[in-house]
Design a protein around this ligand. Sequence first.
Ligand code: TYD
Length: 215
Amino acid sequence: MKSFFISFEGPDGSGKSTVLEQVVAQIAPKLRAQYLVTREPGGSKIAEQIRQFILDPANIAMSAKTEALLYAASRSQHMAETIIPALEKGQVVFSDRFVDSSLAYQGVGRDLGIEAVKAINDFATSGIEPDVTIFLDVQPEVGLARIAKDHGGQEDRLEQEKLSFHQKVYQGYQWVNQQYSDRIEVVNANRPLSKVVADCVKIVVNRLPKELLKD
Ligand code: TYD
């Protein structure tokens, strides 16, 4: 049965979660198929428990390798319990982050190397990839300023990292975007929300197999 898997990526503060919510609201009425909205790290009960460990600001001693393995562990559980069953039922899956986040944050941001991080993630996902990925492009300086304004001192462990870390993550994303340019669509997210959402909706509708859309 035809299914479709869409992931959303972007630096911290790119507005990803808000954009995703509005994109889904506009696409849902056009879909013939059922759909599922999920997120990483998390997206199942066990994966959400792993998320708590990873993002807890108290876990400052966590090593980069442990962090990468926990993201991959959370992803493996998310695949097994949530994503694979939905795809097998012919659903449209929207995921807030997926493997590209690990390549950019752990592979480049944490200096573990993209190859090593890709290898553990291939194991976690059995090589299943999104059909399309939307990268919300915003400079790390802009993203971090948005977070400081919105979260007011309640940032999670990754958000608390220095600007230099987020700049490396951004460079990681540039590499990933080039490497997977057939799959990844880059959308300028430093614009009014309605414009960003409209571009994303257009991309998703163009990429969705026609049989999953209403006439
Ligand atoms: P998330 O809650 O999605 O934050 P945001 O709303 O900013 O997107 O993700 C939490 C953090 O985890 C975020 O800083 C990105 C990071 N992350 C990784 O470092 N590696 C990963 O594989 C994933 C999925 C997220």
